[in-house]
Structure formats: C-alpha cells, structure tokens
Design a protein around this ligand. Structure first.
Ligand code: ATP
Length: 567
C-alpha cells in the first residue's frame, strides 16, 4: 500500500521529494498544497489540545544554536546512531536497522556498538546495496547534528537544532519570569528540527528535516499532581516493558487503573490519556495504535519512565511520539554550564529557621598557597554553604574553581554556623516531555484513511480523513458551465469561503471524475449546482464515504456543513 499512497501523495499534492529538478536529496520533502493544508490543520489541532486547553505557553525560538548549548545538553557527545560503511560499495547503513531488518531481533537501538558488531558477524549479514558480506565490519557512532558556522570564519560553531526542546530549556530563566516563578507551567514549541539521518527511508517517516511539536511541562515533583480526573476513564492500549519481556500482549486499561497499578508514572499517564483522545479525533485508527514502554536498557540514565505512541502502518510499528519523564536533567545541565539560574524559588508556607554554614568573606583565613584564587574559592564555598550545607560536615570540603577541584581543610575556611531565617528554597523543576513528530503523524493519518472500493462498478480511491482535518472541506461543481450554473456555483464558493470553509471549485471533466478527484484528497463534502438549483436555489451535497446525496437549500448550506464538519 505504501507505494500507492506515496504515488497518490505526489499526484494530488500532499508530499513529494524536494529538489527533484536537481536530482533530489534523500530525506527532504515538500508538502504540496494539500499536504501543507493538512499539516497546518494537524498543527492547529495539536496547539488547541496541548497548549490552549491546558493553558500552556508557546514560544518560537531559532533553529540554529551555538555549540555551547549542545555541549550542555549532551547532544554533542551522545546524539549518535550506529553506522557501518560497506567496504565493497562504500554505501553507509544504520547498523541497528540492518540487524532489525535482517534478523528476528525487533529492537537493536539500545544495544552497544560491539554487540551489534558481533551480531552482524554471527548472523553473516550482507550489504543491502551490493550484497557483499559484512563480516568483520566495524560499527561506529555517527553524530546526527548538522553543523554550521555562525558568522564568517569558524570561531563560532553552531548546529541546527535536532529537536525543538532545547530552545525551551535554554530560555527557561526568561520563561519562568513569564510564569511568575510559579510551578507548574508548560511551554510548547512547534517547528523544524534537523537530523542528518544515515538512511532516510519510508518517505516522510524518516527525514532529515522534520517538524516537531514538543511540550515541556515543568513541575515541582514534591507537590504538583496531574489533573487526572479529566482523563481517568480514557482507555489506554499499554504494551508495558514487562509484557514485552514476556512476549505478552497489549493490555487495555483506563488511565485511572494504570496509575493505580503503578505501571506508568502518573504525569505520563495523564498525557497518554490526553493524547489518546486526540489521536482518535485526528483520524488515527486506534485498533492499530499502542503505547509501548521503554525497556530498562532503552531508558536514558536520567529518564525514569518513557513510553512511545506507536502505530501500525504497512505491517510495521512506527514511533509517532515519545512521552518521557526527564526529571531535572535538562535544567540541571544548563544550570551547570550556563551563567544564569535554571531554578525556581519555592516559597515556604511559613519561614523556617535553620542552621547554615557561612564562610568568612575576609579570605585572610585562607593560606598564601591559595594565592589569587582565594576570593573565587571563598565565593564557591559560600555558594556551597547555601546550596549543600552537608558538604561541610567532614574535615575537608571540595569546590570547583575554573574547572579544577580544590580541597580545602574545614579549619581554614573561616567556617561558622549561623542561625538564619529562610522564606523558601531554590529548586530545579522536573520535566515531563511529550514529543510529537508531525511528519509521521501526517503519514499515519493518510495511511489509516486510505481506502480502495468500488462505486458504480468503478474502482475508487479515497481518503476517509476527519472532516475538520481534511485539507479541503468542500468541493463545488457546476453540473455544466452553461446557463448560469458556473456563475451560481462561483457565488456559492465565495459565500462559503467568507464563512471560513476551504473550498475547491472544479468545472472540468465529467461530474464523476470531479467526485473522484475530491475523494482522493479526502474532501468530505461536494456540492453540485444543477438545473434544479437555478429554479429552487437548492444544491446536492454529497458525502464522501457513503456517497449519499442530500438536497439542501443554499441558505442552509453553512449550518448544514458546520454541523457535520466541526467536531
Ligand atoms: P527514532 O528512534 O525513530 O529515530 P527518536 O526516538 O530518535 O525516533 P525522538 O527523539 O523521541 O525520536 O523524537 C520525537 C519524535 O520526532 C519521534 O517520535 C518522531 O515522531 C519524530 N522524529 C524523530 N526523528 C525523525 C525523523 N528522522 N523523521 C521524521 N520524524 C522524526
């Protein structure tokens, strides 16, 4: 089916490979007129569901960021995939995908480089391009970020963002001000991200320039709880890590039960519920949908729970969205590397009195061996005294100055214990991140809507898209262009457009062909102006899936369509 869908996508203007006139570049796609409209509708629906209804903020940050950001985030060191280069034909392949494609192993992504290397040798895998044996091949790590230089010369290296999330984390010190320093709050971002994928494939499922819609929900893990009541009864198809380990099945359970049994982190469960409702609404076939929990070895070290929304398309399961409990990892890293504070001040209900170590600001207590660093050391000691008083309990205390650890005997720090009143403390919020890929969603919505049937003994292809997601909502045709039918149809087009409908006017070819064209782009309703229309001001309104036709007065078209399109 995928070839027929991709062919339809190109022919009807949903998506097609970019720069075709110059031979094309793998992994880059253009959304044509129908695709761009479908994408816009899906994004708008996402924004409504995950930002507007939740009361979250939205930002729009740059796609190029300096190297320092990705040093802090860890992308520079670890945003890698496994690569092998065939010694015979020189073609590069993603090693874990090769193992998954050629063996019974479903998930090789979490394996080590050497484990994959061994498997390639053991199973005697061959190059998919030239067929030569890959035994003895070396698997290495390939960083997926696209690098660039900011400004002339190479003094300021930068990278195209590989995800939209960093733009939110990096701007946290400013964003928390907009949230009046109060947790919880959420910030979303929708935009392009770039990954230099080793082997882009399955058209828009794995591309090098993608669109993501990500939400970072910042919480105080000690006090904030998700508003579970609103989604408690939503049914979730859960494929837990335990079920995967035992070759078990997907289990249906409500959000409330999933939280009760402790199988899912409660914040993640909340978003799984919100997302399941939304996926169904935008046209994902929920009988081909599941939430798959990451196995312990797949989890990043900082993530305590992670689930992927997966859909079955063309007989394969693909990841649509990742839902991760990221703890305080991202903000702590930026706090460590950047100059600003990535914490929130949490006010206590009542001020408290505590004993705090303080450091003599007069650094004469430090011996001459500390030289010009004495005041920096004092400053660090004082910072440590405020953030981690327990560090002063031993005989020495260690601080980092200019990247080097300095161990200072307690008795020379001018250390004293003082009683202080504190009104609150600085905490690093925890983050829940639902991370949606829009391109894969577009592919899924199209694939799940794709139908082949017969109408009046003729084969028909149609897209059963949700009416409010379909790129075109109404097709308007004059039966013939003579006797004023075309003019009347044009008047109806203008009226419907001013009412906010996306309308496609078509007067070329037989009426049956015009219906077929609209069916193929998923237009839910078609209006035909015929001779009767000229007499009684009514038109036929044909529904795409049933092909049933109603006779509707032109004056009532707007309410007729609205009641059927707006969900
Ligand atoms: P995969 O394992 O398939 O490479 P990922 O786990 O690296 O994906 P995330 O980093 O979690 O993906 O990104 C979040 C979402 O962005 C994914 O669920 C997916 O929908 C989308 N996405 C990621 N990489 C691509 C890509 N190369 N092309 C299209 N969409 C992508």
């Amino acid at each position: 089916m995928s070839e027929r869908l991709v062919e339809l996508a190109k022919r009807r203007g949903f998506f097609f490979p970019a720069s075709g006139a110059y031979g094309g570049t793998a992994g880059f796609y253009v959304y044509g007129p129908q695709g761009a409209a479908l994408k816009r509708n899906l994004i708008e629906s996402w924004r409504e569901q995950f930002l507007t209804r939740e009361g979250h903020m939205e930002i729009d940050a740059p796609t190029v960021m300096p190297e320092s950001v990705f040093e802090a985030s860890g992308h520079l060191d670890t945003f890698d995939d496994m690569i092998i280069e065939c010694p015979s034909c020189g073609e590069s392949h993603r090693a874990d995908h090769l193992v998954e494609d050629e063996t019974d192993i479903d998930d090789a992504e979490g394996m080590s480089l050497s484990a994959v290397e061994e498997l390639i040798a053991e199973r005697d895998l061959h190059c998919p391009n030239c067929g030569e044996s890959l035994a003895g091949i070396e698997v290495s790590a390939f960083n997926l970020m696209f690098g660039t230089n900011i400004g002339p010369g190479s003094a300021s290296p930068g990278y195209l963002r590989p995800e939209t999330a960093q733009g939110i984390f990096v701007e946290f010190p400013q964003l928390k001000e907009y949230a009046r320093n109060q947790l919880p709050f959420g910030v979303g971002q929708i935009g392009r991200a770039y990954r230099n994928e080793i082997s882009p494939r399955r058209s828009i499922v794995r591309v090098r320039e993608l669109t993501q819609a990500e939400l970072e929900h910042f919480i105080d893990p000690e006090t904030d709880e998700p508003p579970l009541a609103g989604v408690a009864d939503v049914e979730l198809p859960l494929y837990s890590a335990a079920a995967q380990a035992e070759d078990g099945d997907v289990e249906m359970m409500t959000v409330a039960t999933a939280v009760e049994t402790g199988i899912v982190n409660d914040w993640i469960a909340y978003y799984l519920g919100v997302a399941a409702e939304w996926y169904e609404r935008v046209g994902v076939d929920m009988s081909r949908f599941r939430y798959r929990q990451h196995q312990p070895e797949e989890l990043s070290h900082y993530s305590s729970d992670c689930w992927d929304a997966e859909v079955e398309v063309d007989g394969n399961w693909i990841e649509l969205t990742g839902f991760a409990y990221r703890g305080s990892y991202d903000l702590s890293k930026h706090d460590e590397y950047a100059d600003e504070e990535f914490t929130v001040f949490k006010q206590y209900d009542e001020p408290i009195t505590v004993e705090r170590p303080t450091v003599d600001p007069d650094m004469s207590v430090l011996g001459p061996e500390f030289g010009s660093e004495a005041s920096d050391i004092a400053e660090e000691l004082q910072r440590l005294a405020e953030t981690d008083p327990d560090a002063f309990e031993g005989e020495t205390v260690t601080v980092t100055v200019d990247g080097d650890d300095r161990t200072i005997p307690i008795d020379v720090t001018g250390f004293a214990v003082e009683e202080v009143t504190e009104s609150g403390e600085h905490i690093t919020p925890h983050v829940i991140e639902p991370s949606f890929g829009i391109d894969r969603l577009i592919y899924t919505v199209l694939a799940h809507a794709y139908r082949e049937d017969e109408i009046d003994d003729e084969p028909r292809t149609s897209l059963a898209l949700q009416p409010d997601i379909a790129p075109t909502t109404v097709g308007v045709f004059p039966l013939m262009t003579k006797d004023g039918m075309a003019e009347r149809a044009q008047e109806i087009v203008e009226r419907l457009r001013s009412d906010g409908f996306t309308v496609n006017y078509d007067d070329s070819g037989a009426i049956g062909r015009r219906y077929r064209r609209q069916d193929e782009i998923g237009t839910p309703y078609c209006i035909t102006v015929d001779y009767e229309s000229l007499e009684d001001d009514t038109v036929t309104v044909r529904e795409r899936d049933s092909t049933e036709q109603d006779r509707v007065a032109v004056d009532e078209l707007r309410s007729h369509l609205r009641s059927r399109i707006v969900t």
